[in-house]
Design a protein. Structure first.
Length: 256
């Protein structure tokens, strides 16, 4: 009986040991599997980080390359523009030196018969001594050549044209033209006109008929009367026998 009990006890102990061993083996296997899984996860994570770093590096390199390319293109464009400007300036300087060495001058300076307006007349002249080289831009040289007309200096003509084999320039003067300096005779007060307004009239003098346009001369001739300056009359009119007259409508408290 005691032997039987001992045998069962031994069997039970042996069974428990086997269970403990199997449990420990399972735990060890599970821990090993988890460790392998953690190692694999760590490896995948590290590979993902490396891949992200490589993509970031490639993206940065591509962006850096794009920026450097854009800078190089811009620098090349700026350099090309600077070179073009420099070539143009050099060509202009050489052209200007050539023009000065040619000793151009104006001849046959001719005033127009008619006045254009108050102290204003048109003049024409021919540019002389122009070289015959094919690269000479005669019209450009014409527009860059100064002149003195009646004591007034003009840096360039108003326009230049080619007439046959000649280069003809045109100027409009606005000073020192005695025959174009029209003026007003005595200002005469007339009747009232409108509210606190009076008509004042004066005759235009020094009008060069028949060449001058009387309206152009009348409406451009200034006047000074009654302590006031007027650039031009309000109305101009021509009479059959007495000539050209200007009319102003001026303030006058004597008029109702």
């Amino acid at each position: 009986m005691r032997s039987q009990w001992k045998l069962e006890t031994d069997n039970h102990v042996s069974y428990n040991k086997r269970l403990d061993q199997e449990r420990n083996e399972r735990i060890a296997a599970d821990e090993e599997r988890l460790e392998r899984q953690r190692a694999a996860d760590t490896k995948r994570h590290e590979a993902h980080l490396i891949e992200m770093d490589m993509e970031h590096e490639q993206g940065w390199q591509a962006e850096d390359k794009r920026r450097r390319t854009a800078w190089n293109v811009r620098d090349a464009q700026v350099f090309a523009r600077e070179q073009a400007i420099r070539r143009k300036e050099d060509a202009m300087w050489r052209d200007e030196q050539h023009r000065k060495r040619s000793r151009l001058f104006w001849e046959s300076l001719t005033p127009d018969h008619r006045c254009l307006s108050f102290e204003s007349r048109k003049y024409t002249a021919e540019l002389a001594n122009i070289p015959t080289e094919p690269d000479v831009d005669a019209l450009k040289w014409c527009m860059e050549t100064e002149i003195n007309i009646r004591g007034e200096s003009y840096a360039h003509p108003r326009r230049c044209v080619r007439e046959g084999g000649k280069i003809i320039a045109e100027w409009i003067t606005h000073a020192n033209e005695p025959t174009c300096r029209t003026y007003w005779d005595q200002h005469v007060k007339k009747e009232c006109h409108g509210y606190h307004k009076r008509i004042v009239e004066a005759k235009l003098e020094n009008h060069q008929q028949p060449w001058d346009n009387w309206e152009d001369m009348c409406y451009s001739t200034p006047s000074h009367f009654n302590f006031a300056h007027y650039d031009h009359p309000d109305i101009c009119f021509e009479t059959a026998h007495d000539g050209i007259f200007g009319r102003w409508f001026v303030a006058d408290d004597e008029c109702p």
